[in-house]
Design a protein around this ligand. Structure first.
Ligand SMILES: [Fe+2]
Ligand SMILES: [Fe+2]
Length: 251
C-alpha cells in the first residue's frame, strides 16, 4: 500500500500533533504533581509552625509538651473506636494537639494561678477557644479547619453549659466531643503545680460521673470500654514521645 503525497503530509502532521498532545499531557501531569508537592510542603511548614506555637502554650501551662501529643494520638484512637473513618481519625490526630493554642494569649497570672479563678479571671481563661480558632484561621486546608473546630469547641458541654457558644448534644462537633473526653482524662492523670496526678481508676470514675452532663455518653462509654488500650497508648507515648516529624510528616 502506498500513500499519496497529501496522505503522507497528513500523517506527518497527525504524528506531530499527537506527539505535541502527549507532551502537553505529560507537562500538565508534571505541573499537577509539583503543585501537589508544593501544597503538601506549605501545609507541612504551616502545621509545624502552629504545632510549635501549641507547644509553647503547653510549656507555659506547666507541662512537658507531651500532653498535646497524647491528645492527638488518644483522640485518633477514640475516633477509630467510635467507628469513625480512618481519614477523619488521622486528621484528628494531627489537629487535636493544637486544641489549646489560644492559651498563648492568656496572661501568666491567670494561666498559672493555683487556686480557683475569680469571675474576671475565668472570663479571660474562657477566651482561649476563640483565640485559638482565630490563630488557626479560616484556612481552606481541611487539617486547619478541623484544628480550628477542635480549638473552638473542646470546652463545650453535652448539656449545653460549656463555652464559648453553649452548644449542646450533637450540636457540638464530634471532634470537640472526642477531644473534650481525652483532654479531661489526660489532664486528671497528669501532675499539676496545684495537685498530684489522679490514679487512672479514679480518673475513669470521674469521667463516668460526667457522662451525659459534660460529655457525650457514647464517647465516654467508648473511652471506658477501651480504657486499657488508651492507657497503654498513653504510657507508650510517655516512654517514647513521638517527634514533631512523626506528627507533621504523615500527610
Ligand atoms: Fe482548653
Ligand atoms: Fe489540653
Amino acid at each position: 500500500m502506498s500513500y499519496t503525497t497529501m496522505e503522507v503530509s497528513d500523517k506527518v502532521f497527525d504524528d506531530a500533533a499527537t506527539a505535541q498532545m502527549e507532551r502537553i499531557v505529560a507537562d500538565l501531569g508534571r505541573m499537577y504533581h509539583e503543585r501537589n508537592e508544593a501544597l503538601r510542603e506549605v501545609t507541612r511548614a504551616h502545621h509545624e509552625a502552629l504545632l510549635r506555637l501549641s507547644l509553647a502554650a503547653d510549656f507555659r501551662d506547666d507541662d512537658t509538651g507531651v500532653h498535646i501529643m497524647r491528645i492527638g494520638y488518644l483522640a485518633e484512637a477514640l475516633a477509630l473506636a467510635l467507628g469513625e473513618a480512618a481519614s477523619f481519625a488521622h486528621t484528628l490526630r494531627r489537629a487535636a494537639p493544637m486544641h489549646d493554642i489560644g492559651k498563648i494569649g492568656v496572661p501568666d497570672q491567670v494561666l498559672k494561678k493555683p487556686g480557683a479563678f475569680t469571675a474576671e479571671e475565668r472570663e479571660v481563661m474562657n477566651k482561649h477557644p476563640v483565640m485559638g480558632a482565630e490563630i488557626l484561621g479560616r484556612s481552606r486546608i481541611p487539617l486547619f479547619q478541623l484544628a480550628a473546630e477542635v480549638a473552638l469547641t473542646h470546652h463545650e458541654r453535652w448539656d449545653g453549659g460549656g463555652y464559648p457558644n453553649g452548644l449542646s448534644g450533637e450540636g457540638v462537633p464530634l471532634s470537640g466531643r472526642i477531644v473534650a473526653v481525652v483532654d479531661f482524662f489526660d489532664a486528671l492523670t497528669m501532675d499539676r503545680c496545684y495537685r498530684p496526678a489522679f490514679p487512672d481508676d479514679v480518673a475513669l470514675e470521674m469521667l463516668a460521673q460526667q457522662r451525659g452532663t459534660a460529655f457525650d455518653p457514647r464517647v465516654v462509654d467508648t473511652f471506658i470500654a477501651h480504657a486499657a488500650d488508651m492507657i497503654a497508648l498513653r504510657d507508650r507515648i510517655n516512654t517514647e514521645p513521638p517527634t514533631f516529624e512523626m506528627l507533621v510528616g504523615a500527610a
